[in-house]
Design a protein. Sequence first.
Length: 455
Amino acid sequence: MNRFCILVVDDEPAQLELLSGFLTKQGFETVLAESAEKALAIFRRDAVDLVVTDQKMPDMSGLDLVKAMRAINPEASVIVITAYGTVDTAVAAIKSGAADYLTKPVNLDELLYRVEQVRERHRLLTENRELREALQTHRRIDGVIGEGGRMLEVFSLVRRVASSEATVLIRGESGTGKELIAKAIHYGSPRASGPMIRVNCAALPETLLESELFGHEKGAFTGAFAARKGRFELADGGTLFLDEIGDLPLPLQAKLLRVLQEKEFERLGSSKPVRVNVRILAATHRDLEALLKAGQFREDLYYRLNVVTITLPALRERREDLPLLMDHFLRRFAEKNKKIIRGFTQEAREMLLRYDYPGNVRELENIIERAVVLTRDDVIGRADLPLTTHNVEGEENEQASLPAVVEGVERRMIREALARSGGIQTRAAELLGISERALRYKLDKYGLYEDPNSE
Ligand SMILES: Nc1ncnc2c1ncn2[C@@H]1O[C@H](COP(=O)(O)OP(=O)(O)OP(=O)(O)O)[C@@H](O)[C@H]1O
Ligand SMILES: [Mg+2]
């Protein structure tokens, strides 16, 4: 049996001697304190497994000592010995968090029995914890592929935050799996049986977004024909996922901050406060620090959201996971399309391994889905991929003609812009600094219409 250390606290030297002498004889390690104050000092400093304390002491009662110790370590086990064996003190002892109580004069067999019980409980708790940790270090997260160091770090962080109530900010480029991770956190949390509600803060104009978040009463604005619950209310008891939080308009940032602080808000057109119990997850691909500097994102909201940050690596920063992801998507889409596909030709595999994926996992997923649909063979070949030697990294060589290099660069930039804009051409054209017409012309010219990024 492991060492089990008992701290015995009593202001009466004779009683202290009696109890500790007995426990030592039973094979326990004991430490003595003749005042509550000394006991606290020892408790803070040493690894104590159990405290046996007298209730009536001049500097602090046994019950207050229990409370103080449990404030330091919520798992502290304390047995309180009281001279006044009334039901009240017993109840008070248990309420204050004591593991057990005994009345004076102490029956030593009884004491031993109680101590053994606490020791057994400790053993079980430790065992459980060790078991759980052992399981978790080997457990992947369902549906999230990755086995390189960067993703293992992400998994371990996800597991640690999932069990808490902490607000989590998930960052990473477009298509890196932010939403997937948000789901993993929710479904790995104690709120898993509650709702997971998503709000895309970039998708709606300000007024609509406000009623989407907080709901409205009938007649709150033109078109509000009936009262409606907002996403905050729908997420009650579960998780609210604020996606694209970097795109939340400033006035709504102020309102959101208030809800986060007070857990309370009003529906539009109502003055009745609504209280909700929601856990907040947020995600963005935007550079929040730059938005902060530009005055487009509130600093107080930033700090409120940024309790725990999980940053997802870009796919090109975790190339070690490419083979795993390629096979995963190949299997998935072959099954979905009821095709039997054995794998990739060597050439196709090499191209996929070398490409730099500005649209990250989503882009790879789309490339493979498209290839699975297109291929007439039972392997994916180079011709099934929308990649050319120009957009595959490392293949641009100095011998190539200027137009070929320009085409390669254009293709890559267009693909990247489309990935960033979620396939929305107006936004992609803006990002590229060209007109939408010019973009359409180039899409046509390069045969990018079937671009894997347009969902
Ligand atoms: N590690 C992964 N394993 C398996 N699939 C993944 C992984 N990461 C992302 N995906 C898939 O890639 C696609 C994009 O992921 P997701 O929507 O979570 O990205 P995102 O970071 O939210 O992107 P955006 O910023 O554009 O919204 C999804 O279909 C998702 O299932
Ligand atoms: Mg997303």
